[in-house]
Write a protein that binds this ligand. Structure first.
Ligand SMILES: CC(C)(COP(=O)(O)OP(=O)(O)OC[C@H]1O[C@@H](n2cnc3c(N)ncnc32)[C@H](O)[C@@H]1OP(=O)(O)O)[C@@H](O)C(=O)NCCC(=O)NCCS
Length: 268
C-alpha cells in the first residue's frame, strides 16, 4: 500500500517535492532529501543487495534488528540517490572515509559529488552537492531527556542564557535546534563530536540562516563563508544543514518507496 508523504512547507526556499525522473545538480545547488527508513522486509532485502561487503559486515554488528534494518535502508538509499546523480549503478559506488569517519565517494565513482547523511528514529536526511562540503543533522526531539542538563553541558554561556529564556515547554525543541545546528557544522567539516561544542555559538539565530562561526574554521579551511539553515522536517524532529558557500539554490526532495508501509511513511 502506498502512503502519502506529507512534509511541511519549508520556507521561502521551497517545499519537499517528488524528484524529477532526471536529476540535474548545478554547482550552486544543494539538494536535500528526506526519506523514511521504515521498509518492508523485501525492501530491506533489495537495499541489502546493493551494499558492499564492509557495509554488510557493519550491518551485522547491530544488536537490534530494527537498527540493523535502518542502517541498511539508509545506506541503500544513499547509494540509490547518489547513483542517480553519478549515472552509476548503486552497487558500483565506492566510499572512502575521512580521518573522523566522514564518508565520501571515491574519485573514480563520482568524487565531484559530495554528500552527508543523518538518521534518527526511522527518518533520514541526505544533502548532495557538487564540489562543496555540506553537513546535515536530524534528531528526534525526545521530550523525556533532561534537556536542561544537556544545555548546561553543550551550550555556551550566552546560548545558555537564551535557552533559559525559552518557556519550559519549548525547551526540548530549543535544545535540539541548537544541537542539530552544531552537529551539522561539525559534520560539514568532517569533524567528530570531540570538538568543544560550547565554542560553536549558533543559538539563537536571527532568521533561518546564519554564518558558520569563524572559530570553527579548521586549519587550511577555505575562506568562503558557510551557511547554516534549519530544515523543517516533521514536528517531532529538529534538523539543520551547514554548507560551504553563499548565494546557493536549495531543492528539497522526498524519497518514496513504491509500496512503502509503516507508521513513519504515514508521517512523512
Ligand atoms: C559523525 C557523528 C557526529 C554522527 O553522529 P550521529 O548523530 O550519531 O549520527 P547521524 O545520523 O547524524 O550521522 C551519521 C552519518 O554521518 C556520517 N558521518 C560519519 N562520520 C562523520 C564525520 N566525521 N563527519 C561527517 N559525517 C560523518 C555517516 O554517513 C554516518 O552514517 P552511517 O552511520 O550510516 O555511516 C558522530 O558519529 C561522530 O562524532 N563521529 C566521529 C568520531 C570520531 O571523531 N572518531 C575519531 C576517533 S576519536
Amino acid at each position: 500500500m502506498t502512503e502519502m508523504f506529507v512534509l511541511p512547507k519549508m520556507d521561502a526556499a521551497g517545499s519537499w517535492l517528488a524528484p524529477p525522473e532526471r536529476l540535474m545538480l548545478n554547482n550552486d545547488e544543494v539538494h536535500i532529501w528526506c526519506a523514511s527508513l521504515e521498509m518492508t522486509s523485501s525492501q530491506v532485502k533489495t537495499m541489502e543487495n546493493i551494499l558492499s561487503a564492509d557495509e554488510l559486515s557493519r550491518a551485522g554488528r547491530y544488536y537490534f534488528p530494527k537498527h540493523r534494518d535502518h542502517f541498511i535502508a539508509a545506506r541503500g538509499l544513499l547509494r540509490t540517490i547518489l547513483g542517480r546523480y553519478a549515472g552509476k549503478n548503486p552497487e558500483d559506488l565506492q566510499f572512502s572515509y575521512g580521518p573522523n569517519g566522514k564518508p565520501e565517494l571515491t574519485e573514480e565513482t563520482g568524487g565531484n559529488f559530495r554528500f552527508n547523511i543523518s538518521h534518527s528514529h526511522g527518518l533520514s536526511l541526505f544533502a548532495v552537492t557538487l564540489n562543496r562540503d555540506a553537513g546535515v543533522d536530524l534528531e528526534y526531539i525526545n521530550s523525556d531527556l533532561s534537556v536542561g542538563d544537556l544545555a548546561e553541558q553543550f551550550l555556551s554561556p550566552r546560548e545558555l542564557l537564551a535557552f533559559k529564556a525559552v518557556p519550559e515547554h519549548g525547551r526540548p525543541r530549543a535544545f535540539f535546534t541548537a544541537w542539530t545546528r552544531k552537529e551539522a557544522c561539525l559534520k560539514a567539516q568532517g569533524r567528530g563530536l570531540s570538538a568543544d561544542l560550547r565554542q560553536l555559538e549558533v543559538f539563537p539565530a536571527s532568521g533561518c540562516q546564519c554564518k558558520f562561526p569563524e572559530k570553527m574554521k579548521g586549519p587550511g579551511q577555505k575562506e568562503s563563508p558557510w551557511l547554516l539553515m534549519d530544515l523543517a522536517v516533521l514536528p517531532e524532529y529538529a534538523a539543520a544543514l551547514a554548507v560551504e558557500g553563499n548565494d546557493l539554490q536549495y531543492k528539497f526532495w522526498q524519497w518514496r518507496m513504491p509500496d512503502q508501509t509503516g507508521n513513519k511513511s504515514k508521517l512523512i
